[in-house]
Design a protein around this ligand. Structure first.
Ligand code: F6R
Length: 609
């Protein structure tokens, strides 16, 4: 997946495009490029390997100027991250293209184009689109017709923006199961992979539907459907946070986002708790008439959001007594699923743009007999929010760090409210007690954050560690999985997670003095069993680092280090217990000197399969 931004204006677009790319780096950051049509209608471009800042530096040495342009930040899918593979791609120096997504039949198309004399110089699946456009242009098509003819031949989920030397007043774009948003300005128009990329130039947006052809000039936006019929589209106004991408005095976005969690939790709760702090209410987002009918839940998500869904499965079965399954979207979308009567499909996504989760949601809506579909999402304008019947917005604010932190805890909080809303309709759930704990949560998160020095000190133990084991039981298990994922993502230390009861069924063989074990120990009925599992680790020479509920009053010894976590209602414990593991991963990565906000090989939003 990659980030696209394009502009057509009456001023130099170079800096607008660079600012847009910086806001799109969450989609990929291994190489970047920009192409403009200059005042003589000549295509000019600069491409660089590495992040957008490298491109920006290069542009200081060789500035570009033009009133129409396209730009791209890449996350390599086909071909290494090199300058030659970076976008925009040209054909015959007259047509330029940027592309996000995957062209599945690019090899066949490459072969066809070869027969017409087109030789690809890059290893990408993108370059053939530029050549195909050039081919149709040479046959007499205009750029819009060339795009229409090309997209008929292309298979895959993708978005493109094209411009042409002989047509200096138009940008043509197309999307199919890949995001693109049009930014509407005054005597200028824009298009990008998402709205925040255009926040410095407009707050008016059009969300084109899939398979629409978009024609932009500086004065107008025209959108054509599959049958080339001009269609009307709605402009949506959106106000952005004043500085969604500032670090606010922290060293990294991830650090800032970890420390924002008391505030983001309050935001998530706002308007969902009654004034007297006794009841919860989400009926304005999903009506009780629907909730009352729910007899089963299917949760589908990816990565960190999948871990939030795993916690929710435990909650929904324990508190709402609703049978619940949880599955990763990349599996769900391709297998045959059985949907019991009155099943609610719940999908969770911070971005709302994850390709597998979108495909799974579409499948649930089109092919299956679900009671309804609900998305728990952080981005109100996202594809998944627009697709699903109901939505609960998590309100974490913009999350820039690739490793998700505040998005995860606000997902959990939202899912806990959903669980409680179902539980109170179904049985004698103690709503008042739950709401009391909800209200205390931001303060308790703050108390965990205040242990940052202690956790930082602990993290120095792992500076040279190669591998770590994370253990938990019940809801502590998905938290252990999430803790291990955080560590892997930003410190590049191999980390595995197991439900502690599984230890003796294989992983115990790994234990020796070189493998540290991190344990998530909550205050619940299985705690003794988990502590026994940790004894088994210690008796085989392993050191254990226990993040334990303070009520357990665990003590340290030569092989045991303890970080105490404040006591909270059992249901909310997972939200509190992930915070020290986020801090641990963060500090380990600081000591190892890795690129914390943009770890290697990853991207914030995974818009390819
Ligand atoms: C890890 C992380 C990813 C995402 C996953 C799904 O820190 O953020 O595992 O959770 O790529 O993305 P969303 O939640 O946007 O659907």
């Amino acid at each position: 997946m990659c980030g696209i931004v394009a502009a057509i204006t009456n001023r130099n677009v170079s800096s607008i495009l660079i600012e847009g790319l910086k806001r799109l780096e969450y989609r990929g950051y291994d190489s970047a490029g920009i192409a403009l049509l200059d005042d003589n209608n000549k295509l000019i471009r600069v491409r660089t390997k590495g992040k957008v800042e490298v491109l920006e530096q290069e542009l200081k040495k060789q500035p570009l100027s033009g009133k129409i342009g396209i730009a791209h930040t890449r996350w390599a899918t086909h071909g290494k991250p090199t300058t030659i593979n970076a976008h925009p791609h040209f054909s015959s120096d007259r047509v330029a293209i940027v592309h996000n997504g995957i062209i599945e039949n690019y090899k066949d198309l490459q072969q066809e184009l070869k027969e017409h004399g087109y030789i690809c110089t890059s290893q990408t699946d993108t370059e053939i689109v530029a050549h195909m456009l050039d081919f149709f242009l040479k046959q007499g098509s205009d750029l819009k017709q060339a795009v229409q003819k090309s997209v008929k031949k292309i298979k895959g989920a993708y978005a493109i923006v094209a411009m042409e030397q002989n047509n200096p007043h138009q940008l043509i774009a197309f999307k199919k199961a890949s995001p693109l948003v049009i930014g509407v300005g005054i005597d200028e128009n824009f298009i990008a992979s998402d709205a925040p990329a255009l926040s410095i130039v407009t707050n008016r947006f059009i969300y084109p539907a899939d398979e629409n052809i978009i024609v932009l000039d500086d004065k107008s936006v025209q959108i054509y459907d599959k049958n080339d019929k001009l269609i009307k589209s709605k402009i949506v106004d959106y106000t952005f946070d004043s500085d969604p991408i500032g670090k606010g005095g922290f060293s990294h976005y991830m650090e800032k986002e970890i420390f924002e969690q008391p505030a983001t939790s309050e935001q998530t709760l706002e308007g969902r708790i009654s004034h007297d702090k006794t009841t919860i209410d989400i009926s304005n987002k999903i009506p009780d008439e629907i909730l009352k009918q729910v007899e089963c839940c299917h949760i589908v998500a990816c990565g960190t959001s999948y871990h939030a869904g795993m916690v929710a499965k435990y909650w929904l079965e324990q508190y709402a007594k609703i049978p619940t399954s949880i599955e990763v979207a990349s599996e769900y979308r391709y297998r045959s699923n059985i949907v019991p009567k009155n099943t609610l499909y719940i999908t969770i996504s911070q971005s709302g743009e994850t390709a597998d989760s979108i495909a799974a949601l579409k499948k649930a809506q089109n092919e299956s007999n679900y009671l309804s579909t609900l998305v728990v999402c952080n981005v109100e304008q996202s594809t998944m929010v627009r697709e699903a019947k109901y939505n609960l917005i998590t309100r974490a604010g913009v999350e820039v760090g690739v490793a998700s932190t505040k998005a995860f805890t606000t997902q959990l909080l939202t899912l806990s409210i959903l669980t409680a809303s179902l539980a109170k309709l179904n049985n004698d759930f103690n709503e008042k007690e739950f709401v009391e704990s909800l209200v205390q949560l931001p303060l308790k998160i703050q108390q965990v954050l205040e242990q940052k020095e202690q956790i930082n000190k602990l993290s120095t133990n792992f500076k040279h560690t190669n591998s770590m084991l994370f253990l938990g039981r019940l809801t502590g298990y998905p938290i252990a999985l999430e803790g291990a994922l955080k560590l892997k993502e930003i410190s590049y230390i191999h980390a595995e997670s197991y439900p502690a009861g599984e230890l003796k069924h294989g992983p115990l063989a790994l234990i020796d003095e070189s493998l540290p074990t991190i344990a998530v120990v909550m205050f619940e009925k299985n705690t003794d069993k988990l502590l026994s599992n940790l004894e088994e680790v210690k008796s085989r020479g392993g050191d254990v680092y226990i993040f334990a509920d303070e009520r357990l009053k665990l003590t340290e010894d030569t092989q045991t280090k303890i970080i105490n976590i404040p006591a909270i209602d059992n249901m909310l414990a997972p939200i509190l217990h992930i915070i020290p593991l986020q801090l641990l991963a963060y500090y380990v990565a600081v000591h190892r000197g890795t690129d914390i906000d943009q770890p290697r090989n990853l991207a914030k939003s995974v818009t390819v399969e």
